[in-house]
Write a protein that binds this ligand. Structure first.
Ligand SMILES: [Mg+2]
Length: 385
C-alpha cells in the first residue's frame, strides 16, 4: 500500500457565534483548517486535518499548507502507508516541530490503516474502553448573565460540563462568574475554567484564592505556557486540579511538566500534539505520572474530532467530566458527518473502519480556498516545466 499522492486543501469556515477567548487570543470568527487526503496506489484514501491557530500555535495555516506541499508531502509519496512509524520518522528527519502539519499526516495514515484492515482506529490502538463519552460545551468570555443563558440552553440539550473561557476580564470579575455559575448549577453541572495563559502568576494566585470556595472540575492553563514554576505554584495553592494545554505540545514538554509536578492533568489535542501516535505517547506518560487527560480540541472540523475520539475512547485516565467533541457543532458548516455522533451531551464512538466518519469530498473541494496536489502528476508537471 504505497502512497500515490496527497491532496491538500485550505478551508475557512465561519463560527455560528464569534468566540471570545483570553486577551492573548481576542475574538475568533472562523475556523481555518488544512485538510489532506492521502491516496494509495492500490488501496483506500485516508483523511487528515491540521488546525493551526496563531498565536496559540507557532504554526500558521499558510505555513502548514506550504510545508505539506513543498516538504513533508514529497517525502511521503512512494512510502509504505502501512508503516506509520517509518512515515513519522521520515517527516521528523525533514524538519523538527510543526506538530499540526505532521498531525494531519498521522491522522490520514491511521485512517488508511483502519480502512485497509476493515477496523476502526480504536481497535488498532488496542480497543475502546467506552461506547460513548460525555461532551463539554465552551462558554466564551462574558457576563454572569450571558454565561447563565448559555448553560441553561445547552443543559436543555443534555450537556453537563462546560468550559468557561477566562483571562479577558479582571480577576475579581472572573471569580464572580465562577461564584454565579457554581452556586446556581452545582452539582448537576461541572465547570472547567480555561484562562488560555491570560493571567500573570499573581493574578492566577488571586483567582485561585477567590475560586477555592467554589467546586471547579479543572483550572486550565492559568499562566504562560513556559512558566512551569508558575503552574506548580498555582497547583499548590488550588483546591481544584490544574491542567496544562498550551504548555504541552510534545511528549518532551509533558515529561518536563511531570518532573516538575506542575499539573494534575494534560489537555490532549490530536492536532496540537502532532497526531494520534504522539498524543497517545503523552497520555501514557500522563498515566504513568498520576496525571489525567482532558480530550480537548482546537477549532476543528470533523476529521480531527474523529481522530481525537478514536484515541480518547481507548484511554483509561480521562478526566471525569465532559470532553471537547462539540467543535463541528459551532461551525456554520462541516464536510463530515461527525456532528451526528453527538446527541444528548454525549458522543458515540463509531465502529466503522478508519476514523469512522464519512467525508464529503465534493464539499471539501467546494469549501477550499486553495488546493494543491503532491504526487506523480505534480512531478511530471515540474519535469515538463
Ligand atoms: Mg485550553
Amino acid at each position: 500500500m504505497k502512497i500515490h499522492s496527497i491532496d491538500i486543501y485550505a478551508l475557512s469556515i465561519p463560527f455560528v457565534t464569534p468566540y471570545r477567548l483570553s486577551r492573548i487570543y481576542g475574538t475568533v470568527t472562523d475556523n481555518q483548517s488544512i485538510v489532506i487526503r492521502i491516496r494509495t496506489d492500490d488501496g483506500p484514501s485516508g483523511w487528515g486535518e491540521a488546525n493551526p491557530l496563531p498565536p496559540f500555535t507557532e504554526e500558521t495555516p499558510a505555513g502548514v499548507f506550504n510545508l505539506l506541499e513543498g516538504t513533508l508531502g514529497p517525502v511521503l509519496v512512494g512510502a509504505d502507508a502501512g508503516n506509520i512509524a517509518r512515515c513519522r520518522r521520515a517527516v521528523d528527519e525533514c524538519v523538527p516541530g510543526n506538530p499540526t502539519a505532521k498531525g494531519a499526516l498521522d491522522m490520514a495514515l491511521h485512517d488508511l490503516a483502519g480502512k485497509a484492515a476493515g477496523r476502526p482506529v480504536h481497535a488498532l490502538l488496542g480497543g475502546s474502553l467506552a461506547d460513548d463519552l460525555p461532551v463539554l460545551w465552551p462558554i466564551g468570555s462574558g457576563t454572569p448573565e450571558e454565561d447563565r443563558r448559555v448553560v441553561e440552553a445547552r443543559a436543555a440539550e443534555g450537556f453537563r460540563s462546560f468550559m468557561v473561557k477566562m483571562g479577558a476580564q479582571p480577576v475579581e470579575r472572573e471569580i464572580r462568574r465562577v461564584a454565579a455559575l457554581t452556586e446556581r448549577f452545582h452539582p448537576e453541572i461541572r465547570f472547567i475554567v480555561d484562562a488560555n495563559q491570560g493571567w500573570s502568576q499573581s493574578e492566577a494566585l488571586r483567582f485561585v484564592d477567590g475560586a477555592n470556595r467554589y467546586p471547579l472540575a479543572l483550572i486550565e492553563q492559568p499562566v504562560d505556557r513556559n512558566d512551569i514554576a508558575g503552574l506548580a505554584r498555582v497547583r499548590a495553592a488550588s483546591l481544584a486540579p490544574v491542567s496544562a494545554d498550551e504548555s504541552v505540545f510534545s511528549p518532551v514538554e509533558a515529561a518536563a511538566l511531570a518532573r516538575a509536578g506542575a499539573v494534575d492533568a494534560l489537555s490532549l489535542k490530536v492536532s496540537k500534539n502532532g497526531g494520534i501516535a504522539p498524543a497517545r505517547d503523552i497520555a501514557v506518560l500522563a498515566a504513568a505520572n498520576g496525571m489525567t487527560c482532558l480530550m480537548n480540541s482546537m477549532l476543528e472540523c470533523g476529521v480531527t474530532q474523529a481522530a481525537s475520539l478514536q484515541l480518547g475512547c481507548t484511554l483509561g485516565n480521562l478526566v471525569d467530566c465532559g470532553h471537547a467533541y462539540m467543535s463541528t457543532l459551532r461551525l456554520t458548516d462541516d464536510f463530515t458527518d461527525f456532528g451526528a455522533l453527538v446527541t444528548d451531551g454525549r458522543v458515540r464512538v463509531p465502529d466503522e473502519p478508519g476514523l469512522g466518519i464519512a467525508v464529503d469530498e465534493d464539499k471539501v473541494a467546494a469549501l477550499a480556498l486553495r488546493h494543491a496536489s503532491v504526487g506523480p502528476a505534480r512531478a511530471s508537471q515540474d519535469a515538463g516545466a
